[in-house]
Write a protein that binds this ligand. Structure first.
Ligand code: PNS
Length: 162
């Protein structure tokens, strides 16, 4: 049984199998999952905002209850706008816990009643991160175990040195 709506926010620069693990599991628990791609005008990522959204859309194409949205500003404001009261965040291990708990508290202060639900990374996903993908790809390493197969080549190409 699935219930309610949630938002899974992040930078997704680029989306990884770690993110997909969380999205797929959230999609089983919630009726509707919004994936919020933060557009940060001050931070130039490896992928443009449009590219990050497009990669996510392709990776989530088989998930009918998942919608990709981009946003600027506060995550809590997006929740207010979409009338969402549950955030989902992934925890890869103890290192994530302190910062994620802090973020959850700040978000609850910004929008009283906003709860953060943590999903622990599935086995094998604990070390996967966008920064690791960028680093390995930039040295020409194999990222196929780290990113969705539909978008692997495109990500690899981005980092190809000429
Ligand atoms: O890619 P990440 O580091 O997993 O995502 C972090 C993100 C985008 C969820 C967080 O930085 C965020 O919510 N930024 C929007 C600004 C905001 O709401 N700040 C207050 C809460 S920390």
């Amino acid at each position: 049984m699935r219930s309610g709506v949630c938002l899974y926010p992040g930078s997704f620069d680029p989306v990884t199998l770690g993110h997909m693990d969380i999205i797929r599991r959230a999609a089983k628990v919630f009726e509707k999952v919004y994936v919020g791609v933060l557009i940060n005008p001050e931070k130039k990522g490896s992928f443009t905002n449009e590219e990050r959204v497009d990669l996510l859309k392709r990776a989530c194409a088989d998930l009918s209850n998942v919608e990709i949205v981009s946003f600027t500003g506060l995550t809590a404001e997006l929740c207010r706008k979409l009338d969402i009261r549950v955030l989902v965040r992934g925890l890869r291990g103890g290192d994530d816990l302190t910062s994620e708990m802090r973020m959850a508290k700040i978000n609850a202060q910004l929008l009283p009643g906003l709860e953060t639900v943590f999903l622990g990374a599935s086995s094998g996903m604990e070390a996967v991160s966008s920064s690791l993908v960028r680093e390995i790809a930039s040295f020409g390493g194999d990222i196929s175990a780290l990113v969705p197969k539909e978008i692997c080549q495109e990500i690899q190409n981005r980092f190809k040195r000429s």
